[in-house]
Design a protein around this ligand. Structure first.
Ligand code: ME8
Length: 647
């Protein structure tokens, strides 16, 4: 029976700004998944999106759309990136998928029944306008880190997971199974920063967030995003569903590949949850390093600070191709550590390794076969001089790459492959086939040299498939060669096989010119995005004071307020304007609760022709100001009596 290999990336937070740092984890996993598939294993490669939580809820509200309407295009954007990079996942899970939601509910139910989840009280600093709890350390100068307003210490009924109970078992896991968490440095981080001090139970429900999975035993609570997110690794396999065949086949996972900042969730919370569910633990969690720009993690919020580098995967793939971007990510960053990203480094790698070393080897070999052997594989011939060294290096390649990939070390695997490419280029210099070609008596030797080169290129292409799928596929097709690892034996190419001469796989890039173009593009994009986020206010046509005096503005006092039925946007205010009482409808329900409006003094356009909105009479308009951060009702700075004229 074929061996099984279950590999996962973390599921991504929806972003409107996917960058090359996001691609790192997934490109590594894709290369690993492809490698294991080529080894004949049955692979399940999972990736997806982590869509619930307060942040999405707030962003959607700010834009006046539902959370689902907000996340859908962002998720499509990520799928586009994976398509461009030729990521071959077996499932793309969304935490909004029905089967996932059901599974999360069943997990909560199971843990509640077993007593690992219990009800208690959460104490935190609450910001009323943001409807958010903050811990002491999250506060900024004692105030809400989001809006800067005062917070109050409040208690909230919450459900907790008995994380503390599992601390000794997790410590023992690290001791008993050194493979579980890698690289080793991450074990020390977990022990010293978290486990040594003991763990506290984890608050796993929220009543203030609505965009989440409702708890089946208490629907006013929603699941905590990290439990929801971690569960994807088993919900995708049908855990606790009617069809759990994949779960039986693939669990436990062979590898959870994650960025180092989320190791603690994967190496502490996740194993504890699995222990509580009575499930076997994943075989390995690997915490990789980050792509840095100027020494800092490349991240959404840092985009503004990194304008001089092009980090947009769509544009990068368009300019240099999917293989070049994959190659850079897999080769440049020492595995497990952080690595600096610059466009210059990327171009350097493309030119040196792909255009020069690999590209030249392929094109020189194919050109010489075309010129001297009518584009057909020459006879193998006798071994001489440096042949043996080249052949044995090529023959041992798979074993070395396999060991590197077992250690998850893609940069070393590529270094091993390119060592053979380098050796083959050196072999060309040593054997000087262009000189052999001048002497008809040396035709057999020329044939043997080109045969050895063609075989070396073919074998390199087979092992390059997981890393450079497009280029490796082209090379193999040009020799009509198959790509299976079973064909990794020297001497498979048959004499007379036609060889198609390929166009350059990686054209050399003029670095100076390209960097100048990229700098121009980046600065144009920056200017466009600045303009979009700070649009110039539209200048209205000039009016006279007489025109202005046609508008009657008065101070009103909101004495009652309620939501307009079946509308997310409208509030119905009862406004006292002097002796009069008016009914007013305003589109501010996403920014103000009815309770917040009552008692406010507002500026009312008092002589606006009355209209009915959703069947409710509106006799005036409350003035508001709006920018990209939200909306504010305009109120007089001092107490001014209702009915007073605004001039
Ligand atoms: O953490 N360099 O999602 P995420 C390398 N939803 N990797 C980077 C990177 C960079 N500059 N920036 C991001 C989450 N990544 C959670 C996971 S799993 C149950 C829930 C990587 O969108 C990051 O390290 O913030 C992580 O592996 C992945 O992108 C998704 O990060």
């Amino acid at each position: 029976m074929a061996e099984k290999y279950y590999i996962t990336t973390p599921i991504y937070y929806p972003s409107g700004n996917w960058h090359i740092g996001h691609c790192y984890t997934t490109v590594i996993c894709d290369a690993l998944a492809r490698f294991h598939k080529l080894k004949g294993e049955e692979v399940f490669f999972l990736t997806g999106t982590d869509e619930h939580g307060q942040k999405v809820e707030k962003e959607a509200k700010k834009r006046g759309v539902t959370p689902m309407q907000f996340v859908d295009p962002l998720v499509s954007g990520l799928k586009d990136v994976w398509r461009l990079l030729d990521i071959r996942y077996d499932r793309f899970i969304r935490t909004t998928d029905e089967d996932h939601v059901r599974c999360v509910q069943k997990i909560y139910e199971k843990l509640y029944e077993s007593g690992d989840i219990y009800k208690s009280e959460y104490t935190g600093h609450y910001c009323t306008p943001c409807e958010a709890f903050w811990t002491e350390s999250q506060l900024k100068d004692g105030k809400c880190p989001d809006c800067g307003r005062e917070v109050t210490l409040q208690r909230e009924e919450s459900y907790f997971f008995r994380l503390s109970k599992y601390a000794p078992r997790i410590l023992k896991l690290y001791e008993d199974d050194p493979e579980f968490l890698q690289p080793k440095s991450r074990v020390n981080e977990m022990v010293n920063n978290f486990l040594k001090a003991g763990l506290t139970d984890l608050c796993v429900s929220r009543t203030t967030v609505k965009w989440g999975v409702p708890l089946p035993f208490d629907e006013k609570h929603c699941s905590y995003v990290w439990i929801d997110a971690l569960a994807n690794y088993i919900s995708a396999l049908g855990y606790l569903s009617d069809d759990d065949a994949l779960m039986r086949k693939f669990w436990p996972a062979d590898l959870h590949m994650v960025g180092k900042e989320i190791v603690r969730f994967h190496a502490i919370v996740w194993p504890a949850l699995l222990m509580a569910l009575g499930l076997p633990l994943p075989k390995r969690v690997y915490g990789h390093g980050w792509l840095l720009i100027g020494g800092d993690k490349l991240s959404k919020s840092k985009q503004d600070a990194v304008k001089e580098e092009l980090t947009d995967p769509y544009e990068l793939v368009k300019r240099y191709g999917q293989d070049a971007i994959r190659y850079f990510l897999l080769r440049e960053i020492p595995f497990g550590s952080d690595g600096e990203y610059t466009n210059e480094r990327l171009l350097g790698r493309i030119n040196a390794d792909l255009a020069n070393d690999l590209g030249n080897l392929v094109s020189r070999t194919q050109a010489m076969i075309e010129q001297n052997f009518d584009g057909k594989i020459p006879p193998r011939g006798e071994k001489e001089g440096p042949d043996e060294e080249l052949i044995s290096l090529a023959e041992g390649l798979f074993e070395r790459v396999n060991a590197d990939m077992d250690a998850l070390n893609a940069p070393d695997a590529l270094a091993d492959i390119f060592a053979v490419v380098d050796r083959a280029n050196k072999y060309i210099d040593e054997t000087a086939p262009w000189i052999l070609a001048k002497d008809p008596a040396k035709k057999a030797r020329l044939g043997a040299v080109l045969y050895n080169l063609a075989e070396t290129v073919r074998m390199c292409a087979i092992v390059l498939q997981p890393f450079l799928p497009h280029a490796a596929g082209e090379i193999l097709a040009s020799f009509s060669a198959e790509g299976s690892f079973g064909a990794l034996r020297f001497g498979i190419l048959q004499e007379g096989t036609p060889v198609v001469r390929l166009k350059p796989l990686f054209p050399r890039i003029d670095v100076k010119k390209e960097l100048a173009e990229v700098a121009k593009l980046v600065s144009e994009r920056r200017a466009a995005s600045e303009k979009a986020s700070h649009p110039e206010p539209q200048k209205a046509a000039e009016i006279t004071i007489d025109d202005f005096s046609k508008i009657e503005l008065r101070i009103g006092e909101v004495i009652a307020c309620e939501r307009v039925e079946k509308s997310d946007k409208l509030l119905h205010e009862t406004v006292r304007v002097g002796d009069e009482v008016r009914s007013v409808v305003s589109g501010i329900a996403q920014y103000y609760t009815p309770e917040e409006m009552v008692g406010k003094r507002v500026v009312l356009v008092a002589n606006l022709k009355p209209v009915k909105l959703r069947g409710v009479l509106s006799e005036g308009m409350i003035l508001c100001a709006e920018d990209e951060n939200g909306l504010s009702v305009i109120s007089p700075e001092k107490l001014i009596s209702s009915g007073a004229k605004v001039r």
